[in-house]
Design a protein around this ligand. Structure first.
Ligand code: GTP
Ligand code: MG
Length: 199
């Protein structure tokens, strides 16, 4: 998939303030620092579109990016960052939950998981919550470049095995690196397939 035009639309503090138009939305969600903003830049091929930071908690609002005037990529704040104050955590979690539960334009939420680590409790809780609330989601494993092939396979298999304890059928999943662009075509083809269902 090639894009003709990619533009930052604006940032919004809550779901009710988000654009009213009915363009399909693809949202990126996951623990703070997992690589959501980097992935959006990698997918769009625009290095500085979404702000990336080594400090977790960079994305604090719901950020909209318009693709070819036809659909939106949505960068959500990260969940579960320990150093964010309790009040702020509640604001983030309400922002994310509200968005996911209410957003009619949402086609799918991509839940990002760091491929290097075991499945974290907060990720498992979040994924189970998506299931219980019938939020359509797929999983994106990030930072694949940080592990060798054998370690990467082992780490991802371990996470999938954990998920299989709860999920009879696994959600679609993609293995990516924003550094090497691994998985770019697979994710974009998947988005294209979903977009075709409305044409
Ligand atoms: P918040 O907005 O704070 O929730 O974080 P985020 O999930 O948007 O993460 P962000 O894209 O800002 O990336 C966090 C850090 O991880 C940055 O230092 C990135 O350069 C690094 N990073 C992200 N993706 C990758 C990747 O695929 N490979 C490597 N090696 N580093 C990555
Ligand atoms: Mg971010």
């Amino acid at each position: 998939m090639n894009f003709r035009e990619v533009n930052f639309v604006a940032s919004f503090p809550k779901e009710s303030a988000c654009p009213k138009e009915d363009k399909p939305e693809f949202a990126f969600i996951g623990r703070s620092n997992v690589g959501k903003s980097s992935l959006i830049n990698m997918l769009t091929g625009k290095k500085a579109l979404a702000k990336v930071s080594v400090t977790p908690g960079k994305t604090q609002l719901i950020n909209y990016f318009d693709i070819d005037g036809e659909w939106h990529l949505v960068d959500l704040p990260g969940y579960g960052y320990a150093k964010v104050s309790k009040d702020k955590k509640q604001v983030f979690s309400k922002m994310i939950n509200d968005y996911l539960l209410k957003r009619k334009q949402l086609f799918i939420a991509f839940v990002l998981i760091d491929s290097r680590h075991e499945l974290q409790k907060i990720d498992k809780t979040f994924i189970d919550w998506c299931g219980e609330n019938e939020i359509p989601f797929a999983i994106i494993f990030t930072k694949a470049d940080k592990l060798g092939k054998t370690q990467l396979d082992a780490s991802i298999n371990k996470i999938l095995k954990e998920l299989k304890k709860v999920w009879e059928i696994l959600p679609p999943y993609f293995i990516t690196s924003s550094e090497t662009k691994l998985g770019r075509e697979n994710v974009l083809n998947y988005i294209a397939e979903l977009l075709e269902t409305i044409h």
